[in-house]
Design a protein around this ligand. Sequence first.
Ligand code: PGA
Length: 276
Amino acid sequence: MSSTLESPAPFNHPSKHTSGLSVLRLADAGEASKRVAREIGSLIRHRAAEHRNCVLGLATGSTPIRVYRELVRMHREEGLSFHNVVTFNLDEYFPIKPDAAQSYVRFMNEHLFDHIDIVRANVHIPKGTIELEAVPGYCRDYDELIASTGGIDLQLLGIGRTGHIGFNEPGATKDTRTRLVKLDNLTRLDAVKDFGGMEHVPLLAITMGVDSILQSRRIRLLAFGEHKADIVQRAIEGRMTSTIPASFLQTHRDVQYLLDDAAAECLSQSTYGETV
Ligand code: PGA
């Protein structure tokens, strides 16, 4: 059974009457990913039945790959259509060419978009090729476009070891919007395996802001592995602080963490209730 977070953390934590944060501890990453994919699939179908669009906020990194694999399977084997789906990706390195091996355009094409029937014009990923001077206007337009499509129905998130969501690194405040940011050193270290050397890892990125993320109607955050256990515990049970941008999710009305055993290891049992 899932449980709503009830035990107040030391400071600032929303009370059990206002918190919309729940935590599921699942058998493994596959189970967690299938659960989120099923939720996304049913949201898309619901909206299609009402002749409405479904707006998804999407994430990259190793964590959401199984969700995309499951969505592709649902498309192929269960006829799930993405014709009414509009997507906004959280972030992109800057600068980066869309065909670079590490670009998030390439990642999304390879893991999802090339295998489903999404309308390409409905796909939005921050551009890594715009002129530096054009970035602020571009970022404002990105947030405005999200709002004008009706806002994000479901935002998929991972969490970085720095506590980042998107590329909102430590120091990002709750009111931040889409913008150009500096990557944290730990985040750049985690990206070395993709870029083949620290000197090749970009220093900057464009990311949706914390506030841009908090505007989403539902947020589903996946975290797997023991290397995420400490930051997951601090983001959920610690006080809200810009030192851990993910901690701002504590204020959201419908946010769910889906964790495997290893990532849930440092949480107190009352936070997640029983293992699902
Ligand atoms: P990961 O990254 O999925 O590769 O662990 C998560 C994140 O940085 O949000």
